[in-house]
Design a protein around this ligand. Structure first.
Ligand code: SF4
Ligand code: SF4
Length: 107
């Protein structure tokens, strides 16, 4: 078991600053979806984490808390996440990505 970043769609989709996507040191780990917030009735899309790529460094938490001042990201044990984005379930568009959420990888 290990910690991964989890983004609150409710908080992120109200702000949608996209700042964390520029600071994660792991390529293609924090993604952005135009649909993820809007399909839940929020104003904007939301950032989300491909948990199988997340190394648990918590840099994104610092960026969201201290630079963006939005407090939308928490570190959570991977087996406590109900459904997550996995790299193999993400499709890439021109401006946004779409993830089909699945049970997390554990172990
Ligand atoms: S920094 Fe926070 S509010 Fe901004 S896109 Fe990332 S998770 Fe959303
Ligand atoms: S914890 Fe580190 S590796 Fe994981 S999404 Fe945040 S910045 Fe990226």
């Amino acid at each position: 078991m290990y910690l991964v970043a989890d983004i609150s769609v409710e908080i992120c989709a109200a702000k949608s600053c996209k700042l964390c996507t520029q600071y994660c040191p792991e390529a293609n780990t924090i993604q952005y979806s135009d649909e993820m917030g809007k399909d839940q009735g929020f104003k904007y899309g939301s950032a989300y984490v491909a948990v199988d790529r997340c190394k648990g460094c918590a840099q994104c938490v610092w960026v969201c808390d201290n630079m963006a001042k939005n407090n939308a990201i928490k570190m959570i044990m991977i087996d406590q996440l109900p459904k997550v984005a996995l790299t193999e379930n993400i499709t890439y568009g021109e401006k946004s990505t779409t993830a089909v959420l699945a049970s997390p990888v554990v172990g």
